[in-house]
Design a protein around this ligand. Structure first.
Ligand SMILES: [Zn+2]
Length: 167
């Protein structure tokens, strides 16, 4: 009996790990937790490979001024990649006009984006970042299109690059 329970436990434990694709590894160093990303660069390296605005948004979790992104009204077919590392994060088919002044999507490309909670402006928000390099993308809100996911991924255009679909 005990043996059966142990076998079951083993199956359950190993079954959970399965094929979960985990790019973001959280390392607990005791006094603080640190995240390790597949693509890790020093602050100076990021600074030299990004524009000032991209650096402020991606690496300093800044927010671009509303209605300034040239991607805001982009309706072309294609894929949006992280401006820091090129990971595909959003698809054009999931973009919608939220009226907020920031490019908005009703869903992410699963597994390529990771989430955190922040309290930067006094209340709880879901922060979202690239799972490959940790670059800040924007925030997720629950007031998106009700006929699809109900989510609004409010994204800084500066954190993205658009790759048009090849014809
Ligand atoms: Zn990235």
């Amino acid at each position: 009996m005990l043996k059966n329970i142990l076998i079951l436990l083993y199956v359950l434990l190993t079954g959970c790990k399965g094929n979960a694709q985990q790019k973001e590894v959280v390392i607990d160093t005791g006094d603080h937790t640190e995240k390790k990303y597949e693509i890790a660069k020093t602050e100076a390296e990021w600074k030299s490979s990004l524009t000032d605005l991209q650096f402020q948004v991606l690496r300093k979790a800044g927010t671009e001024t509303a209605f300034t992104s040239e991607l805001l009204d982009n309706k072309k077919e294609g894929v949006y990649v992280c401006a820091g590392c090129g990971t595909e994060v959003f698809k054009s088919g999931h973009k919608f006009d939220s009226g907020t002044g920031w490019p908005s999507f009703d869903r992410e490309i699963k597994g390529n984006v990771a989430y955190d909670i922040d309290f930067k402006i006094g209340y709880k928000r879901t922060e979202e970042h690239c799972a490959t390099c940790g670059g800040h993308l924007g925030h997720v809100f629950e007031d998106g299109p009700k006929n699809t996911t109900g989510k609004r991924h409010c994204i800084n255009g500066a954190a993205l690059k658009f790759i048009p679909k090849e014809k």
